[in-house]
Ligand binder design. Structure first.
Ligand SMILES: Nc1nc2c(ncn2[C@@H]2O[C@H](COP(=O)(O)OP(=O)(O)OP(=O)(O)O)[C@@H](O)[C@H]2O)c(=O)[nH]1
Ligand SMILES: [Mg+2]
Length: 235
């Protein structure tokens, strides 16, 4: 279970021993409760005053999933940026998205399509959880079916940052989905291939050097192939 709480300590040994790390982003209009949801999960608290997020806040959290320590970066942004395009780096290498609307303000539900379109431009495949927040203010909303979730086959969570309903479940599920996406996606394969390429390039660099220094040394077949790939020659 990913049930650990955020630790205030800067020097956290777990961070150095972590098995993996994931990035989870949060999207939605201003004042839907993105920051309050993070506050509820990470600090188990809720201060009702509204302080709109300025630009971007990054929270670091340590979780345990299937016995493994996972470092989670939660990215929280300001919803008023909706009318501009979000910076691509916000989406860069994100492994899951929590997309929030406010059950008390219909417009925040309508605007989901703008958020979702942009998300899919940058991250076509990452898991996305749809969140109906502030159900404490109108419990009847949990009886409503929200077609946006069905249309895009998104899991829908009814939550309240104010009283904590479903918040821990929401974040724990998001972490699980992020970890699972990271290990099963094409992105993961791309990362592995990239690392192999870097390793191979280093090896080829070494071989090229050797070949130019020792031109009369006979090349073994495998070295010929590698030198061919690197543009080197064997005499
Ligand atoms: N009743 C109720 N109010 C909530 C809940 N979550 C957030 N709020 C209130 O909604 C307001 C906005 O919450 P924030 O978390 O700052 O919203 P945000 O989405 O981070 O807004 P930006 O940073 O501007 O994008 C605050 O006044 C909160 O007290 C909730 O679950 N229930
Ligand atoms: Mg905020």
């Amino acid at each position: 279970m990913a049930s650990d709480r955020a630790k205030p300590c800067e020097l956290d040994q777990e961070k150095y021993d972590a098995d993996d790390n994931v990035k989870i982003i949060c999207l939605g209009d201003s004042a839907v409760g993105k920051s309050k949801l993070m506050e509820r999960f990470l600090m188990d608290g809720f201060r009702p005053q509204q302080l709109s997020t300025y630009a971007l806040t990054l929270y670091k959290h340590t979780a345990t999933v299937d016995g493994k320590t996972i470092l989670v970066d939660f990215w929280d942004t300001a919803g008023q940026e909706r009318f501009q395009s979000m910076h691509a780096s916000y989406y860069y290498k994100a492994h899951a998205c929590i997309m929030v609307f406010d059950v008390q303000r219909k417009v925040t539900y309508k605007n989901l399509s703008t958020w979702y379109t942009e998300l899919r431009e940058f991250r076509p495949e990452i898991p996305c959880i749809l969140v109906a927040n502030k159900i404490d203010a109108d419990i009847k909303m949990t009886q409503k079916s929200f077609s946006f979730a069905r249309k895009f086959s998104l899991p829908l969570y009814f939550v309240s940052a104010a009283d904590g309903t479903n918040v821990v479940k929401l974040f724990n599920d998001a972490i699980r989905l992020a970890v699972s996406y990271k290990h099963n996606s094409q992105d993961f394969m791309d990362e592995v291939l990239q690392e192999l390429e870097v390793g191979q390039a280093k090896m080829l660099g070494g071989l090229k050097k050797t070949a130019s220094l020792q031109r009369d040394v006979e090349c073994k077949p495998v070295e010929r192939l590698l030198l061919g790939l690197a543009g080197g020659t064997c005499s």
